[in-house]
Write a protein that binds this ligand. Sequence first.
Ligand code: AMP
Length: 214
Amino acid sequence: MKLILLGAPGAGKGTVAKLLTAIDGSVQISTGDILRGAVQAGTELGKKAEAFMKAGDLVPDDLIMGIMEQRLQEPDCEKGFLLDGFPRTIPQAEQLKELLERIGVKLDMAVNIDVAREVILDRLTTRRTCVNPDCQAIYNVKSNPPQKEGVCDKCGSDVVQREDETEEAISNRLATYNEKTAPLIGFYDNEGMLITVDATSSDAVINAIKANLD
Ligand code: AMP
């Protein structure tokens, strides 16, 4: 399947994407994961992106489009891909449309995961993430803690609170979402590609996606 996952930070895009990859081998492409990996590895991209990310601001569109133009043409995308955290602005969505037309790829749909603000705030402040750039497993101190505190069940690396998950950065990320990313809901609705799922459980989101793919 070829999907765009839309939704505020903390809506569950990453969790849903990981569950969907198990269904048909589609790959999860998270621009946030790619950027965090680049920051940790100290690459040129990472150096350019770091300050924006720490403040909860968006990284400039041209950097993101440079990453995605390459990534979407890698062979593993042929089976399908789940775009998690991209596009995040109208210019990114327009450039993605042009890129997909150019490389002859058709999307199945854009899924808007709609979750109440209180749930989002609670999730983001209690979320913990594995520091290993190749793992980045997500935990929650309340609902899904690692078996040993601070240690990833999957790879044994440290599990920490992300630097952009302080209260100040979270509130900036949510404001940025409302201003820059929420307009994409109207964009994909106009394209006739949007489904909205009003659900806090990832299983309910998966079921709604499956029902719309059939
Ligand atoms: P995420 O893990 O998706 O919440 O992304 C973490 C941070 O990476 C965001 O707050 C942005 O600073 C940056 N980022 C991720 N994806 C994008 C994107 N498509 N456009 C601009 N910035 C992005």
